[in-house]
Ligand binder design. Structure first.
Ligand code: HEM
Length: 411
């Protein structure tokens, strides 16, 4: 009894004192105890005046679905990046951080390029590429599943989507990592400087690519760059909108999908019962990918700004409140998921929030799912006894959940 009371008091204190800018030392390795404490004791947790963190599934969903929120980040990113800087211009022009009418337009143009027909066209190429990557690691004593496998797949898929010549894809991953790392809750000066430089270099490269594509347009059914350049019934996008949304697209599908494949591999390797179940019944791969997205969500945090008062589970927040949505916490909420801390690859229903929800729900979710199914399905069919070769190193960032490396023995 006394132990239970002491544990409850410790959890309440963990929740009360939680700061995203300085989380507990073990938070990145395993945030589940902190998320549980916040869900129970401080579901609408004040991070700063006018800024709250939400961890309950219903609260996170209510914000995603509310008409009274904005994704525009000018207020937040002015002080963070400096108005007019490359990072400011990029992150305030991209689809994910815009509101209607720009958002509606960008989303409509893009969605046509990532529909089921387009995805079916990509599938054969992804199968061939994954087989080739699995061949290539066969003779390595301890291949790194991130570097040699997980990171290779999305760079090809997104590169193909925009038809970036293969020989020019080298710097894309670094630019993407640098641009997105600047979104961390408390980026260092070095991270910010790298992000500013990455956006500038990306812009120089893309201007040239756009000029070449204007001279030799592609098929707008298959080539998203040509599609974005053509615009829609309302006319063409401005140059700034066009270039920054190409950068955004190249970034959006990279690291997230790398982390789906990396986290998914690690989770299955360390949950052998579920891995063996998948190996006995490969048809479970679809629901396994959904469960891996829930269990180790590649994006952990999203943000919104309220434009009118919104009632949440424990209180109302006024207009002008900065909201941080803890996707990882919502995806482990027992109010929505039975036995949420357990990995269950056949889980149904599984309405996880790994791709967000509502007006900004991930446009590329079915591309990511297809990559995840093919990569994980083939990896564990080809190397059924795969195991860790050394402890993997986690990426310490809070917004993205993944590994820097994942050395394995193929067995
Ligand atoms: C496992 C991989 C992925 C995850 C976990 C993921 C997650 C997300 C999330 C959570 C959002 C919502 C952001 C918000 O509401 O503020 C989002 C938006 C978006 N994602 Fe993904 N994503 C993934 C892969 C991809 C891929 C492969 C593409 C492109 C082919 C893509 C393109 C986009 C776009 C364009 C948006 C902006 C949608 C909008 O604002 O209307 N994503 N993604």
């Amino acid at each position: 009894m006394a132990d239970a009371a002491a544990a409850a008091a410790a959890a309440a204190e963990l929740a009360r004192s939680f700061r995203l800018s300085d989380p507990p030392a073990d938070f990145v390795d395993d945030p589940s105890a902190t998320w549980a404490a916040l869900r129970e004791h401080h579901p609408v947790h004040e991070l700063a005046p006018n800024s709250v963190l939400l961890t309950r599934y219903d609260d996170v969903l209510a914000i995603y679905r509310s008409p009274n929120v904005s994704s525009d980040k000018k207020k937040e990113f002015g002080p963070k990046f400096g108005v007019g800087t490359p990072l400011y211009e990029h992150h305030t022009t991209s689809q994910v951080f815009s509101d209607p009418p720009l958002h509606t337009r960008l989303r409509r143009i893009l969605m046509g390029a990532v529909n089921q027909r387009a995805i079916a066209r990509m599938e054969a190429g992804v199968n061939t590429m994954v087989d080739a990557l699995l061949d290539r690691i066969a003779d390595e004593p301890a291949p790194d599943l991130i570097e040699h496998f997980a990171a290779q797949i999305p760079v090809e898929v997104i590169g193909n989507l925009l038809d970036v010549p293969r020989s020019e894809r080298g710097p894309l991953r670094e630019w993407s990592l640098a641009t997105l790392s600047a979104l961390e809750p408390a980026p260092s000066e070095k991270v910010l400087a790298r992000g500013q430089a990455a956006v500038s270099e990306f812009l120089v490269y893309l201007k040239d690519l756009v000029a070449r594509r204007a001279a030799h347009p592609g098929d707008p059914e298959a080539d998203v760059l040509t599609r974005l350049m053509l615009g829609d019934a309302n006319g063409k996008l401005g140059e700034t909108e066009l270039l920054h949304n190409c950068i955004f697209l190249l970034n959006a599908g990279h690291e997230t999908t790398t982390n789906l494949i990396g986290n998914g591999s690690h989770t299955l390797i360390t949950h052998r019962d579920q891995l063996q179940r998948l190996q006995r019944d490969p048809a479970l791969i679809g629901s396994a990918v959904e469960e891996l997205l829930r269990y180790e969500s590649p994006i952990q945090l999203n943000n919104r700004l309220t434009t009118a008062p919104i009632q949440l589970s424990t209180r109302e927040v006024p207009a002008g409140t900065f909201i941080t949505l803890a996707i990882g916490a919502a995806n482990r909420d027992a109010a929505e998921f039975a036995d949420p801390e357990r990995l269950e690859i056949a889980r149904k229903p599984n309405n996880h929030l790994a791709f967000g929800q509502g007006a900004h729900a991930c446009s590329g979710m079915n591309v990511a799912r297809m990559e995840g199914r093919i990569a994980l399905g083939k990896l564990f069919a080809r190397y059924p006894n795969i195991d860790l070769a050394a402890p993997p190193e986690r990426d310490r960032r809070l917004r993205f959940r993944g590994f820097r490396n994942l050395p394995v023995r193929l067995g």
